[in-house]
Design a protein around this ligand. Structure first.
Ligand code: NAI
Ligand code: MG
Length: 362
């Protein structure tokens, strides 16, 4: 059956790395019977330049209809002086909101060939493969009341409120438990139940759901501050970590640096079930548009290619094809090929397109 794929390259290095994904897609269509109906659209600064808005309603509608969205990155210094609703970054914010993409999946994988790129000692991170599931549409970034108010004596008060409801916690926990079943079968739920009511409820709901539906998965709980420490001390103790918006934001950035390079890391954001039983899903590298290296043809395409592998795995249920791409990336790294961001002494330095070609050949 034919799957609808929406490709949104965006700005800066986005289109450059997406060109390499296109080679992989082409190969999969020719050799693996992948059948796609592909649409490509402008977003971010590219859309602002052509249409005057960071994302058109038509493009949002296409995203809603698509089986999956492959996103590049948005952000362009040329548009940094304009008001908030005219910033390129609004494109991704709007997609997250409109597709209700509530679960962000960020793997932290250390490839053997790149073990020395980690900020930690090789013996601590060798073989690392963990997944952080972050709730993305609720929590303290969105809770009411919020705002800055001036008190009678002139003192100002900045207010944010962390709010989580039972269904919000359950649906993201479900994603984590389902993932664990096809990975290492372990979930660590992270909150601050010692000092926060929302954390207390979080722990209760996860524990409850686990008892009812996921007793076969090993569940543990950890306070967020301890989790930060444990991620640096012994990251391999984790399989899947599930946590709220704020802690997930911080812990997933921390975890990404365990692997060494921004150019290597994919992500997925999954939304709710639709009427037809499918799920909205968007896949993107965690890096941005990298204006400092855009146009030079030297960006690392691996994060974007691995994002496509995640798409094959989670949206199209093509595990074998996803694993094949990951294996090819791993082999190419073993062979010593390096883009500039993952260079270490004595290794070849190759362009974006040479790296892409090598992965396709492999
Ligand atoms: P960035 O991730 O674009 O770049 C940070 C540093 O990493 C730069 O030195 C860059 O050259 C390098 N880098 C990133 N990806 C690379 C790759 N694939 N290969 C080689 N080197 C790579 O983050 P920055 O500079 O903070 O943001 C630049 C723009 O991107 C901003 O406008 C920002 O808002 C936007 N951005 C967009 C995101 C998205 O579309 N979801 C996510 C993060 C940032
Ligand atoms: Mg962040």
């Amino acid at each position: 059956d034919v799957k609808k794929l929406l490709v949104l390259p965006g700005d800066g290095i986005g289109p450059e790395v997406m060109r390499e994904v296109a080679k992989v897609v082409q190969w999969m269509q020719t050799h693996r019977g992948l059948k796609l109906d592909i649409a490509e659209e402008l977003v971010g600064g590219a859309s602002l330049a052509r249409h005057g808005v960071p994302i058109r309603d038509e493009v949002v509608a296409l995203a809603r209809e698509a089986d999956a969205v492959l996103f590049g990155s948005v952000g362009d210094p040329a548009w940094s002086h304009v008001g908030f609703d005219k910033r390129p970054e609004v494109a991704i914010l709007r997609l997250r909101q409109d597709l209700e993409l509530f679960a962000n999946l960020r793997p932290a994988i250390v490839f053997d060939a790149l073990v020395d790129a980690s900020t930690l000692k090789a013996e601590v991170v060798r073989g690392l493969d963990l997944m952080i599931v972050r709730e993305t549409v609720g929590g303290v970034y969105f809770g009411e009341p919020r705002g800055i108010e001036t008190l009678a004596d002139g003192t100002k008060r900045g207010v944010n409120t962390e709010v989580y409801t039972t269904p919000e916690i359950e649906r993201v926990a479900r994603v984590a438990f389902d993932l664990a079943r096809v990975r290492g079968n372990r979930v660590c739920s992270v909150e601050k139940c010692n000092v926060m009511e929302s954390g207390l409820l979080w722990k209760e709901v996860v524990t409850d759901l686990h008892k009812r539906e996921y007793a076969d998965v090993e569940l543990s709980h950890m306070l967020a501050d301890n989790c930060a420490m444990q991620l640096v001390r012994n990251p391999r103790q984790f399989d899947v970590i599930v946590t709220g918006n704020l802690f997930g934001d911080i812990l997933s950035d921390l975890a990404s640096m365990l692997t060494g390079s921004l150019g290597m890391l994919p992500s997925a954001t999954l939304g709710g079930e639709r009427a037809d039983g499918r799920r909205h899903a968007l896949y993107e590298p965690i890096h941005g548009s990298a204006p400092d290296i855009a146009g030079k043809g030297i960006a690392n395409p691996i994060a974007q290619i691995l994002s496509f592998a995640m798409l094959l795995r989670y949206s199209f249920k093509r595990e074998d094809d996803a694993a094949m791409i990951e294996k090819a990336v791993s082999s190419v790294l073993e062979s010593g090929l390096r883009t500039v961001d993952i260079m270490s002494d004595g290794k070849a330095q190759v362009s974006t397109s040479v790296m892409g070609d090598a992965i396709v050949n492999e």
